[in-house]
Design a protein around this ligand. Structure first.
Ligand SMILES: Cc1cc2nc3c(=O)[nH]c(=O)nc-3n(C[C@H](O)[C@H](O)[C@H](O)COP(=O)(O)OP(=O)(O)OC[C@H]3O[C@@H](n4cnc5c(N)ncnc54)[C@H](O)[C@@H]3O)c2cc1C
Length: 389
């Protein structure tokens, strides 16, 4: 098989890149390790920046998001027993949209199917080959039969644990990492959200987040120890602990119910530099991870896909390598700003085991400042709605 761009991974980065390239007349094949159903079953991000929604529109996959997504003009920060609204729309003119990653993925998969593009699911032993010379290939095994795709470029969109970044010679890559000393315990429940906007709570018992997927489906998170186990958290214990970390009004309003998903995710900041290795590019979680506090992971995957698609269009249409030569620097400049913002939100809102009462007081001073200074509020809002790309 031969294609122009072989994409490894059918997550948001790979699927969006595939549709953008298709729109620019650049043929591509996606190789995905799992089945489509498995990919769709992974409960992950749920908040889209306007720029991400615009990219879904560009590839003709945004209609359902506009119909079913919830547009939010603000978020609330809860601390010291009270709640304070950050007016995102007032500060920036922009909004964010609640629309689950599972739905984004489904819409992109449907667009891909409608366009008749090839996706090879359940591809085992996927291996990017010869990307440091001019004839890259991707090897794989499907149903026990070995296959190979010859291509001009490889796009490694295979997430943090993927094979693409792991295939780069250690001397060619530099990584930057911060692992946080806690995780997020999350549940999904078919209950109405406690508030129509997100509540981020800084509490002496630990951080809590009230978010949602729709007007009938809620997503709640609690900061938990890194070595915590799901089976130690029956639903009743989760709801009791969440109520303790909210202000009285929210705790009284909270509607509880059986969880339909429960998971613990570690929090990490990670960046790999560069994002290009000869004829292979990394995009999305394959190159960087942010803690979910700033809601940036999925949105960064989308902006990387955009930068890479535009660079490849320039290569094919204008016969210019300038775009692909600058892809890494351009993407990393936006990535590092989102990494900084996500780290800052995480630092301001979580209980850190090593900073003690001094650290807790600094957090309260910062939250008081952020919710009362117009300049500080605008800075948070500008980053939260997403920096331009
Ligand atoms: C548990 C969890 C919760 C999260 N919650 C949030 C959140 O609340 N807010 C937020 O903004 N972000 C969140 N994120 C981050 C967000 O989901 C990711 O940033 C986003 O999925 C990145 O998309 P991607 O396409 O780069 O990577 P992925 O979605 O990871 O997709 C990579 C794809 O590559 C495939 N793959 C991997 N290895 C191979 C291989 N060897 N061969 C072929 N295919 C391969 C995988 O199966 C997968 O389908 C969360 C992430 C996790 C893991």
């Amino acid at each position: 098989m031969r294609t122009k761009v072989a994409i490894i991974g059918a997550g948001p980065a790979g699927l969006l890149l595939g549709q953008l390239l298709h729109g620019y007349g650049i043929d591509n094949v996606i190789l995905e390790r799992h089945t489509g159903e498995y990919v769709l079953g992974r409960i992950r991000a749920g908040l889209l920046e306007e720029g991400t929604v615009a990219l879904l529109d560009e590839v003709g996959a945004g209609a359902r998001a506009h119909r079913e997504g919830l547009v939010h003009g603000g978020i609330e920060l809860a601390f010291a027993g009270g709640r304070h609204r950050i007016d995102l729309k007032g500060a920036t003119g922009k909004t964010v949209m609640i629309y689950g990653q599972t739905e984004v993925t489904l819409d992109l998969m449907n667009a891909r199917r409608a366009a008749g593009l090839t996706t090879i699911y359940e591809a085992e032993n996927v291996q990017p080959l010869d990307f440091d010379i001019d004839r890259p290939r991707v090897g794989y095994v499907r149903d026990g039969v070995a296959g190979e795709i010859a291509c001009d470029f490889i796009a490694g969109c295979d997430g943090f644990h993927g094979v693409s970044r792991a295939s780069v010679k250690p001397a060619a890559i530099q990584t930057f990492e911060r692992i946080y000393p806690f995780g997020w315990l999350g549940i999904l429940s078919d209950t109405p959200p406690v508030s129509h906007e997100l509540i981020y709570s800084n509490h002496e018992r630990g951080f809590a987040l009230c978010t949602m997927r729709s007007t009938r489906r809620s997503r709640y998170y609690l900061q938990c120890p890194l070595d915590d186990q799901i089976d130690r958290w029956p639903d009743d214990r989760f709801w009791d602990e969440l109520k303790r970390r909210l202000d009285t009004e929210a705790a009284d309003k909270l509607v509880t119910g059986p969880s339909i998903e429960k998971s613990i995710a570690p929090l990490r900041s990670f960046v790999a530099e560069p994002m290009r290795f000869g004829r292979m590019f990394l995009a999305g979680d394959a190159a960087h991870i942010v803690p979910p506090t700033g809601a940036k992971g999925l949105n960064l995957a989308a902006s990387d896909a955009h930068y890479l698609a535009v660079a490849l269009r320039e290569y094919y249409d204008d016969r210019s390598a300038a775009g692909i030569d600058h892809y890494s620097d351009k993407a990393l400049a936006r990535v590092w700003k989102a990494v900084r913002f996500s780290w800052w939100m995480t630092s301001m809102l979580h209980k850190f085991p090593d900073t003690g009462t001094f650290g807790a007081r600094i957090q309260l001073a910062e939250l008081d400042y952020v919710t009362h200074s117009k300049a500080a509020m605008s800075s948070l809002a500008e980053n939260y709605v997403g920096l331009p790309f």
